[in-house]
Design a protein around this ligand. Structure first.
Ligand code: PHE
Length: 356
């Protein structure tokens, strides 16, 4: 019996895993195990022999069962230790930072422009980027022979042969929104219309797609003086410094009189500084809305008059934030976007982020 005890104690101690342990259990104390077979022999013994062997066999069985249970627990502990080692985690390590996206300068400046004009009572209107040539040209008093209609500036939509719908273009300016807005809402009105426009042009200051903001104010007695005040008020708020404007007579078919507007700036030291110096920078076209334009939009030119202007959003964004090349605006280079982009929390308001 001592041999038997020693054999199983040693085997249990060296069992490598739970399944080996289970095999041992069957082999020793299972129904046909070695100990069980020995117990069957008790029946053939004399009562005296049985009185000694019975308790001894029972004790041996208990001892082996206890050794099996202890080994099983030890194996489970070891397995848990092993797993914990693999799942070790240093909770004191700094977290991985996640990149935040940025707001594109065009979006930011559009919001800034909107906030400033909203404060002066202008609401925002929008129109389609693909428009008929009537809205983009005819209604704006741009006759068929005007150079702005030449194929080289304007992107025309392809039309299948036999398609009789009027020609459509990628709008070349935001001015068609003037017509669409007045058609729908009549006069008086005071709106700005920011959005994308398209022209076949590409160099450091021109891209085939760019952004404009249109302005339109129609009432009974609106004059060029109102235009000048509104623009100077706008530029002063936008650039955060007193900005004066210079009106130069110019021609746009949809205004009379028409003017190109320059803002005061200095080019000293190779950088542009707005609001100081003796130089001028052209930033927009404007004028008094032509009577034919009012008529095209079903507004009576004998009752109503007003001003319109069109300004390049990308242009004033470059000026305000010192961005040298327009083409980079639309290349989606992440390095550029991270450098010139704005935090989503930097929301433009008149008292906060508009100028800095
Ligand atoms: N639509 C003109 C342009 O794209 C700008 C403009 C708008 C001029 C309104 C006068 C009045 O250049």
């Amino acid at each position: 019996m001592d041999d038997l005890r020693q054999k199983y104690i040693d085997l249990v101690a060296s069992a490598p895993d739970e399944s080996a342990l289970e095999d041992l259990r069957v082999q020793a104390v299972g129904k046909k195990g070695e100990i069980s077979l020995k117990m069957r022999e008790l029946g053939r013994m004399t009562p005296q022999e049985r009185q000694v062997a019975g308790p001894a066999l029972n004790a041996l069985k208990d001892e082996i069962n206890a050794a099996l249970a202890a080994k099983k627990a030890a194996l489970a502990d070891a397995a848990l230790d092993e797993r914990l080692k693999g799942e070790w985690l240093d909770v004191t390590l700094p977290g991985r930072t996640r990149r935040h996206g940025t707001i594109h300068p065009v979006s930011q400046v559009t919001e800034e422009v909107t906030a400033i004009f909203a404060d002066m009572g202008f609401s925002v209107a929008e129109g389609p980027q693909i428009d008929s040539d009537w809205y983009n040209f005819d209604a704006l008093n741009i006759p068929g022979h005007h150079p702005a209609r030449a194929e080289m500036d304007t992107f025309y939509m392809a039309r299948a042969e036999g398609d009789n719908r009027p020609p459509h273009v990628l709008r070349t300016h935001t001015s068609p929104v003037q017509i669409r807005h007045m058609e729908q809402h009549g006069a008086p009105c005071r709106i700005i219309a920011p959005g994308r426009v398209y022209r076949a042009d590409y160099d450091q200051t021109h891209t085939p797609m760019f952004h404009q903001v249109e302005g339109l104010a129609i009432d009974r007695d609106i004059s060029m003086a109102n235009l000048k005040w509104v623009l100077e008020e706008f530029f002063t708020a936008f650039f955060g410094t007193k900005v004066i404007t210079r009106f130069r007579a110019s021609h746009f078919p949809f205004v009379e009189p028409g003017a190109e507007i320059d803002i005061q700036c200095s080019f000293e030291g190779g950088t542009v500084k707005v609001g100081e110096g003796d130089d001028w920078l052209e930033v927009l076209g404007s004028g008094m809305v032509h009577p034919k334009v009012l008529q095209a939009a079903n507004v009576d030119p004998d009752q109503w008059q007003g001003f319109a202007f069109g300004m390049g959003i990308d242009r004033i964004a470059m000026l305000k934030y010192g961005i040298p090349d327009l083409r980079a605006f639309f290349e989606s280079d992440l390095r550029w976007l991270r450098h010139y982009g704005f935090s989503a929390l930097d929301v433009p308001t008149l008292h906060g982020g508009v100028s800095r």
